[in-house]
Design a binder for this molecule. Sequence first.
Ligand SMILES: NC(=O)c1ccc[n+]([C@@H]2O[C@H](COP(=O)([O-])OP(=O)(O)OC[C@H]3O[C@@H](n4cnc5c(N)ncnc54)[C@H](OP(=O)(O)O)[C@@H]3O)[C@@H](O)[C@H]2O)c1
Length: 346
Amino acid sequence: MSRAVRFSEFGPPEVLKTESVERPAVAPGAFLIRNESIGVNFIDIYFRTGLYPAELPNGLGVEGAGVIEEVGENTTHPQGLKPGDRVAYISPGPRLPGSASYAEYSSVPAASVVRLPEGVSAQQGAAVLLQGLTAKSMIEVTTDVKKGARGPRRGVALRGDWVLIHAAAGGTGQLLVQIAHQLGARVIATVSTEEKAAIARSLGAEEVILYGRPGIDVAVEVQRITGGKGAYAAFDGVGQTTFEASLASLGYLGWLVSFGNASGKVPPVDLLRLSDKGIRLLRPSLFSTLKSRDGLFLELAEKLLADVASGAVKQGVHKEYPLEEAGQAHIDLESRGTTGKLLLKP
Ligand SMILES: NC(=O)c1ccc[n+]([C@@H]2O[C@H](COP(=O)([O-])OP(=O)(O)OC[C@H]3O[C@@H](n4cnc5c(N)ncnc54)[C@H](OP(=O)(O)O)[C@@H]3O)[C@@H](O)[C@H]2O)c1
């Protein structure tokens, strides 16, 4: 037997129960992984509340790191992974029985497992993988932000283009700020507190807007900072409360990358409203991006983890909670009181 967090109804964090369950059988094409560290993500809240559909009862969690315990039938891996190897992974979670990561053991499709490099701990792996891939894929794959507004002829990525990054001290936000800044972008961050502003600045944000404060209009601030040119891209994981500001902050042909719903779902958008500036509206999900090309997961994950190993990319960890306190981790993440990553320890 082993321990796993389960839920049998949609609702508040209290619906999460730690239960004694059968260890999942390793599926064909998968690895059975003994989790050492588990990543908490906002998508877990969407599944728990029913915003994203899931069968019930179910497990939760789409990210973890640990040690390979067993190899399923017909399982191959380009890195030659075998039992005993240290790995990190993303998994379909509630969408595939046995794969949810809020558990001692998870059976994870081999295609989304990566070896942890020497010197990168399970905690670091579970903290950075999903949010780092999300940030990297939005900058490098689904938009041309890496190339920059004036295209490849400049030969350098993004030199001097302004990008707006909401919730910049959050898990995904911290990684977006670092990656965009390292490419030469000028980052305008939004955060809710002075403490979060200091974090965003330390990671490379040049300007910080304390959104939600009386008299602060994000779009007006962005237009002022950019000299009326507007931002080249807005990365918006906050959703309902920031979508309009993101739209109004962009310049011609700007990218509005709406990648999450932390404050609620964005209402339907009248496409004609995009035409004045030719806004490119994108609603990416990491899982769909990774399905677009074989080998993309490993290509991005190896580079990301190499950057973690070298210290070029860091992920702040807010707190590591015991598995039994998964509900408290959700309460804290929803409260806006956290910075960086929340982890569970099985
Ligand atoms: N599309 C994808 O594939 C993908 C992948 C990963 C994450 N995401 C999305 O990215 C977003 C961030 O996820 P995360 O796990 O990195 O979380 P996070 O940023 O660590 O936490 C969410 C942050 O959003 C801000 N926020 C603003 N209004 C909020 C509200 N009403 N309730 C809660 N938070 C609010 C808060 O920062 P302030 O206090 O500074 O406002 C809060 O700390 C989420 O929308 C998530 O769904 C999408």
